[in-house]
Design a protein around this ligand. Sequence first.
Ligand code: PSU
Ligand code: MN
Length: 309
Amino acid sequence: MTELNKYLDIAPEVKEALDAGKPVVALESTIISHGMPYPQNVETALKVESIIRENGAVPATIAVIGGRLRVGLSADEIDYLGKKGHDVTKVSRRDLAVVCARGMDGATTVTTTMIIAHMAGIEVFATGGIGGVHRGAEKTMDISADLEELAQTPVMVICAGAKSILDLGLTLEFLETRGVPVLGYQTSELPAFYTRHSGFGVDYEVDSPEDLAKIFLAKRELGLKGGAVVANPIPEKYSMDKAVIDKVIAEAIDEANAKGIHGKETTPFLLAKIAEITGNDSLEANIELVFNNVALGAKTAVALSNLEK
Ligand code: PSU
Ligand code: MN
């Protein structure tokens, strides 16, 4: 484990598990505050924790509370972040020092969840979708800090691919350049969050949690920095019609452009707009793919902890 940071507070249950080499799965909080509406966000976050337990691992939801980097939250704290929603500061790498120095609260993105998980010694993190290269990035230069973090911090991120609010082709190119493996779980195609298909291939297809664990262990043993993307397609039963969701995304992007939305507001704006246009359909798909990802996260953490015994 890395040396503990003075800003870090690890919940007793998580600390005990980590000290004993038991499987732990990190979870982000921006998905709670900015990724879904209340109260479904809180219900989902709590159910996610129970799915991880059912699959033999300990959940560690991560956020910044009162300037402390918290690994493992209470149900009340999850409810607080969920209720506050977009009023909670979305904290990426560049925000972290300010939020800590000022004793503020903040929701952690994929980037900061990776940073804090690594400080605590957690190697597996499951969520919904990652950030990436936005469409039109050749002009806006809007590239999520998540990609740079994947290139430098050794945490495996299990997601359902990325939403096609992003340019998925450019996102894959960026990850290739920065040396981040993109592993398709039982698929050779990069899933696009709401749908199982994007038309883009992954780097490798991986068939079991054990194989994911072996690859991650080898990466560490080779001394290669950075993490990995595990792309786990939404279950067929819940996947949405590609034509329908593509149209909605195009409409959301047009509105964001017309309103001049930029910077850290872009992703939350698009997520909220998609939810508003599609109503419950996209929300249900979103919730189910998260459940699917955290179950795989728990199984992978179990496999990794068995390998390390
Ligand atoms: N994509 C989703 N759901 C999310 C996010 C992205 O489908 O909740 C959140 C994650 O926290 C991710 C962040 O790390 O948005 C990326 O924001 P940005 O594009 O500003 O880097
Ligand atoms: Mn951005």
